[in-house]
Design a protein around this ligand. Sequence first.
Ligand SMILES: Cc1ncc(COP(=O)(O)O)c(C=O)c1O
Length: 299
Amino acid sequence: MALIPFDDRDGVIWFDGKLIPWREANVHVICHGLHYGSAVFEGERAYEGQIFKSKEHTARLFKSAELLGMSIPFSQDEINAAKEAVLKANNLVDAYIRPVAWRGSEQMGISAQATKTHVAIACWEWPSYFSPELREKGISLKTSTWHKPAPDTAPCHAKAAGLYMINTLSKHQAEKDGYVDALMLDYRGNPVEATGANLFRIKNGVIRTPKPDCFLNGITRQTVMQLAAELGYSLEEETITMDDLLAADEVFITGTAAEVTAIGKIDQTEYSVGPVTRALRDAYESLVRGKPYKHSAAA
Ligand SMILES: Cc1ncc(COP(=O)(O)O)c(C=O)c1O
């Protein structure tokens, strides 16, 4: 399927308070966000017309902006309403929603005290991050040579554009080597994430996921942890070493885009898609659509 360029599509985008035609939602090339990476964003999904955890995503957008010293000139309620408006104006019910806030063109240089923070919200149809076949057999991950920065090296709890530089490099390298995504290690050398999703491993029925002390505490991660507790699984928030991961019975990742996706291979080690991953994946798919999910629990 040919990719339709993102600057040449029909529809409308919410831009600094107004809905404007998609192709007119432009910024100037001299823009602080572009030159210095002063931009934060969100990735959200709407299921059957309902934006999942909309308020939580908006709160994180504001937190990310604050961590970068940016002040969003709208209230959280206004951004929540804008997301609903843009979804409706584009006639979408199952969609991906992308709010972004960035420093503008008012000042150019490292110091950006005089810049204004601009906000745009776009949405588009995006059925599944990975194909259904891949999701069924589990995706492959290649360990990246890049390590995620330490908490005193970068604002690692922000969903900030600049932090994705190594993720893009890592994903490109993984794809070049025939893998679907990259496995990211933290500054200590422990596996913590894929390039856009959090990591879980299961051994002898116990689920383990690393503490988010230097990476994004994903909203899906928090949701799945809650689901795991409700479904009666034991879950520990603890360091996972590379050895732990390679010895796991099941591995899966979570994210708004990835949802709950099983891992079928890490480097040379293969995994099967197991019952815990399936139960949590089914429960998550029911929950986001407002359907009952407790029956999904493994016996
Ligand atoms: C690097 C990274 N980690 C984790 C996540 C998962 O976050 P969430 O579940 O809030 O989408 C994402 C996706 O936003 C991400 O880009």
